[in-house]
Design a protein around this ligand. Structure first.
Ligand SMILES: [Zn+2]
Length: 262
């Protein structure tokens, strides 16, 4: 018997679920966030792993690596006290911190360890960088790789999945754990979805040999979305969720397609 250990770059996963990003392109309204069900995702990856390695039949350790700002109590005063901070910056960082907090909380509820969730204190100089989308998180990808390699070496019978969009971490795994191809699996968005400008420097997934092929998140959008009643449109195959089940004799049709047909 073997377990599946799960290592997530939570910051990347949060961004991949953003409006108009890889997973949202599968939604009936792609300008909304994709509502990911963390537990469904882990179970789908387990089923995928088991199709290739049948003895892999249960979930082992799960780490969700991300950083969520700890906001200072006097944050509301910053725009009055500092020339480089606006009220809009404060609103924006409050909103995004709350959304990331919720995403991380959902992950913990699904069974992920809290140990790789960092709480850096928000500093004034960070706001300008956040505004210009130039703020770089440092620890997250290194943490994911370090944990995966530790588990791969100490539990060589298990299967280990890294959920990341950054194929630049793969050479590090290959060096630290040369047997990676036997039992390490990558879950990511399809390479077509990677930013064109990062393609030059990134290592291609295809440059690595795996026994278990990559798990592509957006190709499984209907299976990993929150909700008891998730459907794929029979016309355009976009994915949507409804509060109540669609009757069995009715075709599942998304709202944009339905409106076009009226
Ligand atoms: Zn449709």
């Amino acid at each position: 018997m073997a377990k599946l250990n799960v290592f997530v770059d939570g910051t990347w996963l949060y961004n991949a679920c953003g409006a108009d990003r890889a997973l949202a392109t599968r939604l009936e309204y792609p300008d909304r966030r994709f509502q990911l069900d963390h537990a469904k995702l882990v179970n789908e990856i387990l089923a995928h792993a088991q199709r290739h390695i049948p003895k892999c039949d249960s979930i082992g350790s799960m780490y969700f690596a991300t950083s969520v700002f700890e906001l200072p109590v006097d944050l509301a005063e910053w725009p009055n006290e500092r020339d480089d901070v606006t009220a809009a910056d404060v609103e924006s960082v409050k909103r995004s911190t709350a959304a990331r907090e919720k995403f991380a909380e959902n992950a913990v509820q699904a069974g992920y360890s809290k140990d790789a969730i960092f709480r850096p204190k928000l500093k004034g100089w960070m706001l300008g960088k956040l505004r210009e989308h130039r703020f770089q998180e440092k620890q997250v990808d290194a943490t994911v790789v370090a944990l995966l390699v530790k588990y791969a070496i100490t539990c060589p019978e298990d299967v280990h999945v890294i959920i990341t969009g950054d194929s630049d971490v793969l050479p590090a795994i290959k060096v630290a754990y040369p047997e990676y191809s036997d039992n390490v699996l990558v879950a990511t968005t399809h390479p077509d979805q990677l930013k064109v400008d990062s393609r030059q420097t990134s290592y291609a997934l295809a440059d690595f040999n795996y026994l278990i092929p990559p798990f592509y998140l957006e190709q499984n959008a209907d299976k990993i979305m929150q909700g008891a009643n998730v459907y794929k449109c029979v016309h355009c195959s976009k994915v949507f969720s409804r509060p109540n089940p669609i009757p069995r004799n009715t075709a599942a049709c998304c709202r944009p397609c339905h409106e076009k047909r009226e």
